[in-house]
Design a protein around this ligand. Structure first.
Ligand SMILES: [Zn+2]
Length: 191
């Protein structure tokens, strides 16, 4: 559908309730996509054939303007783990609703998020609160990277639980910003 021009933007995919099935679709439709390796881990597993060790990578992709994806990948080589994670992150790209939900600000520009959102993954819970313009991203290193890639500039983040678990932290953040689109109406797509 992308090739035949039936779909010309990522918005079309989401408003039609479709899913991204190939990472190339994201490459074609989303310009200025950046990727960031959030972390590399090492996983060891005991199997019948002996010990099996693999690298695990967590990658975020975003266009810095309202689209974000997070994904993980495992492989015996670091490079392959990153490639797999990048692929998965692209397949997970979703729209993020930005806005000015800060009562102290009220500028109406999409520099923050429209309201408070929460996300959870494993033992990690994240809360993101709208902040006034110029505040910056207040929180840890991972929230700063992920929110920045989504194009959010000002907000507070609070995290609870085992926040050192990188994968859970990244997915909890992804779920939280996704929740900015809890209710999607066609009107939301009009810029
Ligand atoms: Zn504002």
């Amino acid at each position: 559908m992308v090739q035949t021009g039936q779909i010309v933007s990522l918005e079309d995919i989401f408003t039609q309730g479709l899913k991204i099935k190939e990472p190339e679709i994201v490459d074609i439709l989303l310009s200025g996509l950046k990727q960031e390796v959030l972390g590399i881990g090492f996983v060891q597993k005991q199997t019948d054939a002996g010990e099996k060790s693999r690298f695990k990578a967590i990658v975020a992709v975003g266009n810095g303007a309202g689209f974000l994806g997070v994904g993980g990948g495992k492989a015996r080589q670091v490079r392959s783990a990153i490639d797999k994670a990048t692929l998965n992150a692209k397949l997970n790209v979703v729209p993020i609703r930005r806005g000015c939900g800060s009562w102290e600000c009220g500028c109406g520009q999409p520099h923050s998020i429209p309201f408070r959102v929460r996300g959870k993954c494993g033992s990690v819970a994240i809360e993101i609160l709208p902040g006034p313009r110029g505040l910056g991203l207040v929180g840890g290193e991972t929230p700063k990277i992920i929110l920045g890639m989504a194009g959010i500039k000002d907000c507070w983040t609070r995290s609870f639980g085992s926040t050192s678990t990188l994968g859970s932290m990244a997915y909890a953040l992804y779920e939280a910003v996704r929740n900015t689109y809890r209710v999607v109406t066609p009107k939301d797509w009009v810029a």
